[in-house]
Write a protein that binds this ligand. Structure first.
Ligand code: TRP
Length: 333
């Protein structure tokens, strides 16, 4: 559809604050994709309401998420940046895909199981069929690759299964997408319990470093990071805390593990933790500065949303109408 250019698609929910896990696993790499792919980045507000949202917070975070995309270096001239609910084809295709997605498949999704355990009072049908909406996001743009964190791999695999199933029934309907999992994003663990992934929904604020945390907060959180009773900065089995800090330091500085081990040879954990905190804060500072500038121009962000929605709608409309036609819906236009 884009003169032989491959399509990349990804989305971020405007709920909760994003962590350095989200940054290193996804956002940081996004800017480099626009050289190689036609990229779509969506603020998935319709996904967000599968758990209760305060309307004012949802609205504010939608602006913030778009600003963060741009602050992370995504140029809106080269990438299509938009809000999911501005393109009605997402919800329409999701309905159709729901009719080709099996109850058993959705029941096996680990995110559904986790979220229904955490929100036991609100296990709604949207939470259950969430992966069909995500598949609609991806398939509407005839996507080739989906850069996501490892936690979303299962959803992308389900999306592939749906696409292949429908292609069997209706040949050449969808491009079957591949997930791209960032190497670094796999490894960012909680600072309080380094055997668990760093998650924005963790109850313990010391477990998480947010992209928008200020320098003092970042340094304080790294100082408190749980480590082992050894004293040597070395990557080894059983040293989950140190391994995690080494991964984070490596991601922010580009240094390899053996280089880091040499750098901190004979130095203690305290000094190492401080260095990790400083590297993280220094790397995030320019992102935070751009973010604040972009966010202060609300009219500019709204103009961006409009432009992105127009670009996205153009493509989405074509795919939806192809699907409707192939399924046998009467078209009278
Ligand atoms: N489910 C993703 C998450 O929670 C967000 C998402 C929605 C997404 N639609 C998508 C990611 C399409 C990639 C492609 O992180």
């Amino acid at each position: 559809m884009f003169q032989n250019q491959l399509v990349s698609y990804s989305g971020i929910q405007p709920s909760g604050n994003l962590t350095i896990g989200n940054y290193l696993g996804a956002l940081k790499n996004f800017a480099s994709y626009s050289e190689k792919y036609k990229c779509f980045y969506c603020v998935v507000d319709e996904h967000a309401i599968t758990v209760r949202q305060n309307p004012a917070d949802l609205r504010r975070r939608t602006y913030e998420t778009l600003a963060l995309y741009m602050a992370a270096g995504l140029d809106p001239e080269k990438n299509t940046l938009y809000v999911q609910s501005h393109v009605h084809e997402h919800a329409e295709l999701a309905w159709i895909l729901n009719c080709f997605t099996m109850f058993g498949e959705l029941s096996r999704m680990t995110q559904f199981k986790d979220k229904s355990a955490r929100h036991a009072d609100n296990i709604n049908a949207g939470l259950f069929t969430y992966p069909a909406l995500m598949a609609a996001d991806i398939l509407l743009y005839q996507t080739d690759v989906v850069p996501v964190g490892v936690d979303q791999k299962q959803h992308v695999e389900l999306c592939r299964d749906i696409a292949m199933r429908m292609n069997q029934l209706y040949p050449d309907l969808f491009t079957v997408p591949e997930p791209i999992i960032a190497k670094s994003g796999k490894k960012i663990m909680s600072l309080a319990d380094p055997t668990k992934k760093m998650s924005k929904s963790d109850e313990n604020p010391n477990a998480i470093v947010y992209i928008l945390d200020d320098k003092d907060t970042i340094i304080r959180k790294f100082k408190r990071a749980v480590t082992d009773s050894d004293t040597v900065v070395r990557y080894a089995e059983g040293k989950d805390g140190i391994n995690n800090l080494m991964s984070i330091y490596s991601c922010f500085t580009g240094k390899e593990f053996d280089e880091i081990e040499r750098e901190f040879d004979g130095k203690g954990y305290g000094e190492f933790k401080l260095a990790v905190g400083e590297a993280c804060a220094d790397a995030l500072a320019p992102v935070q500065k751009r973010y604040n500038e972009i966010l202060s121009d609300k009219a500019g962000l709204e103009a961006q949303m409009k432009k992105g929605a127009e670009e996205a709608s153009y493509v989405a409309r074509r795919t939806l109408s192809k699907v409707q036609k192939k399924l046998g819906f009467v078209q009278v236009r």
